[in-house]
Design a protein around this ligand. Structure first.
Ligand code: SAM
Length: 209
Protein backbone atom coordinates (compact mmCIF):
# COMPACT_ATOMS: atom_id res chain seq x y z
CA UNK A 1 0.00 0.00 0.00
CA UNK A 2 1.36 3.37 -1.03
CA UNK A 3 1.70 6.04 1.62
CA UNK A 4 -0.20 9.27 1.02
CA UNK A 5 1.71 12.48 1.81
CA UNK A 6 0.55 13.76 5.21
CA UNK A 7 -1.42 17.01 5.07
CA UNK A 8 -3.03 18.72 8.03
CA UNK A 9 -5.93 16.65 9.41
CA UNK A 10 -7.85 19.74 10.43
CA UNK A 11 -7.71 23.46 9.91
CA UNK A 12 -5.60 25.36 12.49
CA UNK A 13 -8.59 27.53 13.43
CA UNK A 14 -10.33 24.46 14.88
CA UNK A 15 -7.65 24.41 17.61
CA UNK A 16 -8.36 27.97 18.65
CA UNK A 17 -11.48 27.17 20.64
CA UNK A 18 -13.04 29.89 22.76
CA UNK A 19 -15.03 29.77 25.99
CA UNK A 20 -18.67 29.18 25.14
CA UNK A 21 -20.79 30.40 28.06
CA UNK A 22 -23.44 27.89 29.08
CA UNK A 23 -25.37 29.08 32.13
CA UNK A 24 -26.87 32.56 32.60
CA UNK A 25 -24.27 33.27 35.28
CA UNK A 26 -21.44 32.33 32.92
CA UNK A 27 -22.95 34.55 30.24
CA UNK A 28 -23.13 37.50 32.64
CA UNK A 29 -19.50 37.14 33.77
CA UNK A 30 -18.30 36.47 30.22
CA UNK A 31 -19.92 39.70 29.05
CA UNK A 32 -17.81 41.71 31.51
CA UNK A 33 -14.66 39.71 30.66
CA UNK A 34 -15.20 40.35 26.93
CA UNK A 35 -15.67 44.07 27.58
CA UNK A 36 -12.50 44.27 29.71
CA UNK A 37 -10.56 42.32 27.09
CA UNK A 38 -11.75 44.46 24.19
CA UNK A 39 -11.82 47.93 25.78
CA UNK A 40 -10.00 48.17 29.12
CA UNK A 41 -6.64 46.38 28.91
CA UNK A 42 -4.61 49.57 28.70
CA UNK A 43 -2.72 50.28 31.94
CA UNK A 44 -4.20 47.28 33.70
CA UNK A 45 -1.60 44.60 32.84
CA UNK A 46 -4.23 41.85 32.64
CA UNK A 47 -3.40 38.24 31.89
CA UNK A 48 -3.94 37.14 28.28
CA UNK A 49 -7.31 35.50 27.58
CA UNK A 50 -5.74 32.04 27.35
CA UNK A 51 -4.17 32.42 30.79
CA UNK A 52 -7.48 33.55 32.24
CA UNK A 53 -9.15 30.50 30.76
CA UNK A 54 -6.44 28.30 32.27
CA UNK A 55 -7.03 29.80 35.74
CA UNK A 56 -10.75 29.11 35.52
CA UNK A 57 -10.28 25.62 34.17
CA UNK A 58 -7.79 24.59 36.85
CA UNK A 59 -9.80 26.13 39.69
CA UNK A 60 -13.13 24.67 38.64
CA UNK A 61 -11.79 21.19 37.90
CA UNK A 62 -10.09 20.93 41.31
CA UNK A 63 -13.24 22.20 43.04
CA UNK A 64 -11.36 25.15 44.55
CA UNK A 65 -13.11 26.65 47.57
CA UNK A 66 -10.55 29.27 48.58
CA UNK A 67 -8.51 31.16 46.01
CA UNK A 68 -5.96 33.82 46.93
CA UNK A 69 -4.79 36.28 44.28
CA UNK A 70 -1.92 38.75 44.70
CA UNK A 71 -2.39 41.60 42.20
CA UNK A 72 -6.06 42.28 41.43
CA UNK A 73 -5.68 45.19 39.02
CA UNK A 74 -9.16 45.88 37.59
CA UNK A 75 -10.36 42.35 38.38
CA UNK A 76 -9.89 40.64 35.01
CA UNK A 77 -8.13 37.47 36.20
CA UNK A 78 -10.25 37.56 39.36
CA UNK A 79 -13.40 37.32 37.24
CA UNK A 80 -12.09 34.16 35.58
CA UNK A 81 -11.60 32.66 39.04
CA UNK A 82 -15.02 33.91 40.10
CA UNK A 83 -16.57 32.08 37.17
CA UNK A 84 -15.16 28.86 38.61
CA UNK A 85 -16.21 29.80 42.15
CA UNK A 86 -19.85 30.18 41.06
CA UNK A 87 -19.82 26.40 40.53
CA UNK A 88 -17.72 25.39 43.53
CA UNK A 89 -19.37 27.74 46.04
CA UNK A 90 -15.97 29.11 47.06
CA UNK A 91 -14.47 32.52 47.77
CA UNK A 92 -11.73 34.70 46.28
CA UNK A 93 -9.44 36.85 48.44
CA UNK A 94 -7.56 39.30 46.23
CA UNK A 95 -4.92 41.93 47.09
CA UNK A 96 -4.26 45.26 45.38
CA UNK A 97 -2.07 48.22 46.37
CA UNK A 98 -3.33 50.74 43.80
CA UNK A 99 -6.54 52.54 44.85
CA UNK A 100 -7.75 53.39 41.33
CA UNK A 101 -7.37 49.81 40.09
CA UNK A 102 -8.96 48.43 43.26
CA UNK A 103 -11.98 50.68 42.69
CA UNK A 104 -12.25 49.52 39.09
CA UNK A 105 -12.13 45.90 40.26
CA UNK A 106 -14.92 46.45 42.79
CA UNK A 107 -17.05 48.03 40.06
CA UNK A 108 -16.34 45.14 37.69
CA UNK A 109 -17.17 42.50 40.32
CA UNK A 110 -20.49 44.29 40.92
CA UNK A 111 -21.15 44.55 37.20
CA UNK A 112 -20.71 40.79 36.91
CA UNK A 113 -22.91 40.21 39.97
CA UNK A 114 -20.22 38.31 41.92
CA UNK A 115 -19.23 40.87 44.57
CA UNK A 116 -20.42 38.70 47.45
CA UNK A 117 -17.94 35.98 46.49
CA UNK A 118 -14.83 38.15 46.67
CA UNK A 119 -12.92 40.06 49.34
CA UNK A 120 -10.61 42.75 48.01
CA UNK A 121 -7.85 43.67 50.46
CA UNK A 122 -6.47 47.12 49.67
CA UNK A 123 -2.82 47.87 50.54
CA UNK A 124 0.56 46.17 50.48
CA UNK A 125 -0.03 42.43 50.16
CA UNK A 126 3.34 41.61 51.75
CA UNK A 127 1.97 42.87 55.06
CA UNK A 128 -1.70 42.02 54.52
CA UNK A 129 -1.30 38.32 53.68
CA UNK A 130 -0.08 37.81 57.25
CA UNK A 131 -3.63 38.57 58.41
CA UNK A 132 -5.24 35.93 56.17
CA UNK A 133 -7.50 33.39 57.90
CA UNK A 134 -6.36 29.80 58.42
CA UNK A 135 -8.80 28.44 55.81
CA UNK A 136 -6.69 26.19 53.55
CA UNK A 137 -5.81 27.71 50.18
CA UNK A 138 -6.66 25.67 47.08
CA UNK A 139 -5.10 28.07 44.59
CA UNK A 140 -2.56 30.84 45.17
CA UNK A 141 -2.19 33.10 42.11
CA UNK A 142 0.83 35.40 42.04
CA UNK A 143 0.57 38.33 39.63
CA UNK A 144 2.10 41.40 41.33
CA UNK A 145 5.70 42.50 42.06
CA UNK A 146 7.87 39.73 40.59
CA UNK A 147 10.67 40.05 43.19
CA UNK A 148 7.99 39.65 45.84
CA UNK A 149 6.83 36.19 44.69
CA UNK A 150 9.34 34.44 46.95
CA UNK A 151 8.08 36.36 49.99
CA UNK A 152 4.42 35.55 49.19
CA UNK A 153 5.39 31.91 48.71
CA UNK A 154 7.23 31.76 52.05
CA UNK A 155 4.36 33.40 53.91
CA UNK A 156 1.50 31.45 52.33
CA UNK A 157 2.97 28.00 51.60
CA UNK A 158 1.94 26.61 55.02
CA UNK A 159 -1.71 27.45 54.21
CA UNK A 160 -1.77 25.81 50.78
CA UNK A 161 -3.52 22.48 51.06
CA UNK A 162 -1.79 19.28 49.91
CA UNK A 163 -2.70 18.94 46.23
CA UNK A 164 -3.22 22.70 46.02
CA UNK A 165 -1.75 24.91 43.31
CA UNK A 166 0.57 27.90 43.17
CA UNK A 167 0.17 29.65 39.82
CA UNK A 168 2.72 32.33 38.99
CA UNK A 169 2.36 34.75 36.11
CA UNK A 170 5.02 36.35 33.86
CA UNK A 171 7.39 33.44 34.22
CA UNK A 172 9.40 34.30 31.13
CA UNK A 173 13.19 34.58 30.94
CA UNK A 174 13.08 38.37 31.20
CA UNK A 175 10.68 38.79 34.14
CA UNK A 176 10.93 35.67 36.30
CA UNK A 177 12.87 36.23 39.53
CA UNK A 178 15.61 33.55 39.79
CA UNK A 179 15.18 32.78 43.53
CA UNK A 180 11.47 32.13 42.99
CA UNK A 181 12.10 29.91 39.96
CA UNK A 182 14.59 27.91 42.00
CA UNK A 183 12.16 27.62 44.91
CA UNK A 184 9.36 26.16 42.77
CA UNK A 185 11.43 24.12 40.32
CA UNK A 186 14.00 22.52 42.64
CA UNK A 187 11.90 21.53 45.63
CA UNK A 188 11.08 17.78 45.59
CA UNK A 189 7.86 18.47 47.50
CA UNK A 190 6.58 20.52 44.54
CA UNK A 191 5.75 19.64 40.93
CA UNK A 192 6.12 22.57 38.54
CA UNK A 193 5.31 22.95 34.88
CA UNK A 194 6.01 26.08 32.83
CA UNK A 195 3.20 26.73 30.36
CA UNK A 196 2.25 29.24 27.68
CA UNK A 197 5.92 30.05 27.16
CA UNK A 198 5.14 31.32 23.66
CA UNK A 199 3.36 34.17 25.45
CA UNK A 200 4.29 35.73 28.85
CA UNK A 201 4.60 32.40 30.66
CA UNK A 202 2.73 30.76 33.54
CA UNK A 203 4.22 28.41 36.13
CA UNK A 204 1.78 25.88 37.55
CA UNK A 205 3.06 24.26 40.75
CA UNK A 206 1.34 21.54 42.75
CA UNK A 207 2.08 21.03 46.44
CA UNK A 208 2.48 17.27 46.57
CA UNK A 209 0.32 15.20 48.93
C1 SAM B 1 -0.02 42.48 36.50
S1 SAM B 1 -1.13 43.42 37.46
C2 SAM B 1 -2.36 42.25 37.93
C3 SAM B 1 -3.25 41.86 36.79
C4 SAM B 1 -4.45 41.01 37.20
N1 SAM B 1 -4.04 39.82 37.89
C5 SAM B 1 -5.25 40.63 35.99
O1 SAM B 1 -4.82 39.74 35.24
O2 SAM B 1 -6.28 41.25 35.75
C6 SAM B 1 -0.22 43.60 38.96
C7 SAM B 1 -0.96 44.37 40.05
O3 SAM B 1 -0.28 44.12 41.29
C8 SAM B 1 -0.37 45.29 42.07
N2 SAM B 1 0.68 45.23 43.09
C9 SAM B 1 2.01 45.42 42.92
N3 SAM B 1 2.66 45.30 44.08
C10 SAM B 1 1.72 45.01 45.02
C11 SAM B 1 1.77 44.76 46.43
N4 SAM B 1 2.91 44.79 47.11
N5 SAM B 1 0.61 44.49 47.05
C12 SAM B 1 -0.58 44.45 46.39
N6 SAM B 1 -0.67 44.68 45.05
C13 SAM B 1 0.46 44.94 44.39
C14 SAM B 1 -0.22 46.41 41.05
O4 SAM B 1 -0.74 47.63 41.55
C15 SAM B 1 -0.97 45.88 39.84
O5 SAM B 1 -2.30 46.35 39.79
Amino acid sequence: QRRQPRGPAIDKSALQAKTIPYTEVEKRIMKVLDDLDANHRRGNMNVPVEDGRLLRLLAESMNARHIVEIGTSNGYSGLWFLMALQKTGGHLTTYEIDRARADLAIANFKRAGVEKDVTLVFGDAHANVLKLSDQPIDVLFLDADKEGYIDYLDKLMPKIRPGGLIIAHNMNTRQAHPPFVEAIAKNPKLETLFLHMDNVGVAVTMKKR
